[in-house]
Design a protein around this ligand. Structure first.
Ligand SMILES: [Zn+2]
Ligand SMILES: [Zn+2]
Length: 409
């Protein structure tokens, strides 16, 4: 029996909250529609069709006095993991970071949640079993899994080690796995994944702090590299000093960049400079400070996942400067085009990275001793942690101590 913690959500919430569509493009001429049950004539027609084609739901018949237990099982999702396949690695989860995405998904703020959800995509632990064809890992290895556990492996993105851009990419939780089962994340005691999606944790990185690198780390490392902000002397801004922002500062500094933190909170200045190593700090609500910094930055990593103004950030860029969005606000941002045209600026997006680059990132972190600042918490603190995360009351990442505090249900 696998031990787990689930975020329990009312089914009616699932039914009525799943309409919002995160990203509806003009391409493909798509429409948004809704549908609920059907008329009585069609209902008879449907059941006659089912009779003709022998369509019967898979069920579990239960006695009436089992109803409360059934409700509990329904709420928990009665999670089943797949067996360890030939190319799979199974590991015991010891720690799992709490990403802001977990909170978005639990609350269905991106409109794509299917409940029950078992969140967690910054999980690390020790290998307990490997399939017969696994080449890179053995029992006892320190490993982790980040945001994805599968992709098609045949498309152009996959062939270029960019599984994160594969149209068939399988997320670590709230997705459907290769075998049709639902994927469940790291707020649990073990994980099974294809070895391509397993990351080796460098020996010198503490396991508890390594977890956040698998999402927050790669999410900031990859755009710094891809957009050429990884060169010594580059002037890099980091907007938002949370889970993503604080590791962005550490990576940018390790690349040799001159780093400015841009934040609404003046109270974070001392820590940004003295603890995280930033070179300067801008309070975004201070017009004098923002005015003085106009045209000074080569690029900005924008980690804010709430709606915020882009124009003041565009003004901070030099000509040809870039803002790379890595936070994911649940509502569209306003983008006046004029400040973009002047100085031929770019606004881009970036999400995690491919598996090759994820291993490269964590090896780089090991080499440069880049360790996220974390607050380790017991499993039964998870709901309080979610409430605190919603208020940005954490420095800078909660990490669940799964190995020591997960109890049997
Ligand atoms: Zn994440
Ligand atoms: Zn693919």
């Amino acid at each position: 029996m696998f031990k787990l913690i689930c975020i329990i959500v009312c089914l009616s919430y699932l039914l009525f909250q799943s309409y919002a569509i995160l990203d509806l493009g003009i391409t493909g001429r798509k429409i948004i529609a809704g549908s609920g049950i059907g008329g009585m004539k069609e209902t008879q027609e449907m059941i006659d069709f089912a009779g003709k084609h022998n369509i019967t739901p898979e069920i579990e018949v239960i006695p009436l006095d089992y109803v409360n237990t059934a409700m509990e099982r329904l709420a928990k999702g009665d999670v089943k993991y797949r067996v360890t396949g030939d190319e799979d690695v199974r590991f015991k989860i010891l720690y799992c970071g709490i990403c802001h995405s977990d909170l978005h998904c639990v609350k269905n703020e991106w409109g794509n949640s299917t409940y029950p959800i078992l969140p967690g995509h910054e999980l690390v632990g020790v290998v307990t079993e490997v399939g017969s064809k696994v080449q890179k890992y053995k029992v006892g290895d320190r490993v982790g899994v980040g945001c994805m556990v599968g992709a098609c492996h045949t498309c152009e993105s996959c062939e270029n080690n960019l599984e994160n851009h594969c149209p068939k990419m399988i997320l670590t939780y709230n997705a459907v796995d290769y075998d049709g089962t639902k994927t469940y994340g790291g707020y649990s005691d073990h994980m099974v994944a294809n070895e391509r999606y397993i990351v080796r944790i460098p020996d010198n990185l503490p396991l508890d702090a390594a977890g956040p690198l698998l999402c927050a780390g790669i999410t900031t490392y990859s755009p710094l590299r891809y957009f050429g902000l990884d060169k010594p002397g580059m002037k890099v801004g980091v907007v938002g000093l949370g889970g993503l922002g604080h590791v962005a500062v550490k990576f940018a500094k390790a690349f040799g960049a001159v780093v400015t933190v841009i934040s609404t909170s003046p109270s974070k200045k001392q820590e940004a400079i003295e603890v995280l190593g930033a070179d300067s700090f801008l309070v975004s609500s201070n017009p004098d400070e923002m005015q003085a910094a106009i045209g000074t930055l080569d690029g900005i990593i924008d980690t804010v996942s709430a709606v915020h103004a882009l124009v003041p950030l565009l003004f901070l860029l030099k000509s040809h400067g870039k803002i790379i969005m890595v936070g994911a606000p649940d509502k569209p941002l306003e983008l006046p085009v004029f400040p973009l045209i002047v100085g031929r600026k770019t606004i881009a997006g970036s999400g995690i990275g491919g598996m090759k680059e994820t291993q490269e990132m964590i090896d780089f972190a090991g080499k440069h001793n880049i360790i996220p600042q974390i607050e380790v918490i017991p499993m039964d603190y998870v709901n309080t942690a979610m409430e605190r995360l919603a208020k940005a009351d954490v420095k800078y990442r909660f990490v669940l101590d799964v190995g020591n505090t997960l109890k049997a249900p």
